[in-house]
Design a binder for this molecule. Structure first.
Ligand code: OGA
Ligand code: MN
Length: 279
């Protein structure tokens, strides 16, 4: 079986065809090839792969160290993404996936943002629940020279509160206190990666630009996010059961289109840990 990679539009994403479970488990060259493709395309779509959780975890180990914190699922290395509180007791936090974000911008500790995330669809929503992606490398590249210069020294505070407030605008005092127990994090607006490429650090966790008037700060962050995610820059994945999608969490932002909390939608996620700080 030959493997092909077909870009999904001009901005972000490619579909990989011609791989199966057996290849994922046995081909020792595949990890590096997939990481290269991820750097180029930002998002890789593998339709109809029907990965079992153990194979998903085993393959992701070829991409780097993976997160094995308990994830509401019996297989270590799998986190169950579902809004159903009987399937995931932390489901209420996952409503924040409805807004554009980078995973891991406000970690509990000093962890670096995740390198990559894999989702496999176990059950899909009847309506909504597509996952959308936009390249933050492209967002940087399309700034004017004047903007690149003006933004070069800006720093942005990220907080869990900022992202949770968007979906829960009137938190109870307990909720608010829980959000605030998570330390906020300061990141540069422009991330200069080890590779030398530069991207913008955007999304729901952006609280404010350090030292800027609050209204001006909000307007700037909102404008940059809007420009990064205009419809022609977005790849929207419409899920079928058995699809797997892998994204570069350092060079794309993502969000889920809203879906009903009663929907059966269930995604199995594996997170490849990061080895590079935002700087
Ligand atoms: C995530 C996430 C999006 C989705 O798991 O980090 O943002 O479509 N998921 O479920
Ligand atoms: Mn996410």
């Amino acid at each position: 079986m030959t493997t092909t990679i077909e870009p999904l539009g001009s901005q972000v994403g490619a579909e990989v065809r011609g791989l199966d479970r057996e290849r994922l488990l046995t081909d020792d060259t595949l990890g590096d090839a997939v990481l290269d493709a991820l750097e180029t395309y930002g998002v890789l779509v593998f339709r109809d792969l029907h990965l079992d959780p153990e194979t998903q975890v085993a393959f992701c180990r070829r991409l780097g160290e993976i997160d094995t914190e308990p994830g509401h699922h019996p297989v270590p290395g799998i986190y169950r993404v579902s809004l159903d509180t009987t399937k995931n007791s932390s489901a209420s936090y996952l409503r924040a996936t409805f807004d554009w974000h980078i995973d891991g911008c406000t970690p509990q500790d000093d962890a670096y943002p995740q390198k990559a995330t894999m989702l496999t669809a176990k059950a899909v929503a009847e309506r909504g629940g597509e996952t959308e992606f936009a390249s933050t490398y492209k967002a940087f590249d399309t700034l004017s020279d004047e903007e690149k210069q003006r933004f070069a020294t800006l720093r942005v505070v990220h907080s869990l509160e900022a992202s949770q407030r968007l979906v829960t605008p009137d938190p109870s005092p307990e909720q608010l206190a829980a959000w605030r127990r998570r330390p906020s994090k300061e990141h540069p607006l422009i991330w200069t990666h080890k590779s030398g490429r530069r991207s913008l650090v955007l999304g729901a966790s952006t609280d404010h630009v350090v030292g800027m008037d609050p209204d001006e700060s909000r307007a700037l962050l909102d404008d940059l996010l809007r420009r990064c995610t205009t419809p022609e820059r977005v790849y929207r994945h419409e899920w079928s059961v058995g699809d797997t999608v892998l994204w570069d969490n350092r060079g794309v932002i993502h969000r889920a289109a809203p879906y009903d909390p009663d929907s059966p939608r269930e995604m199995l996620r594996t997170t490849v840990l990061g080895d590079e700080p935002i700087r």
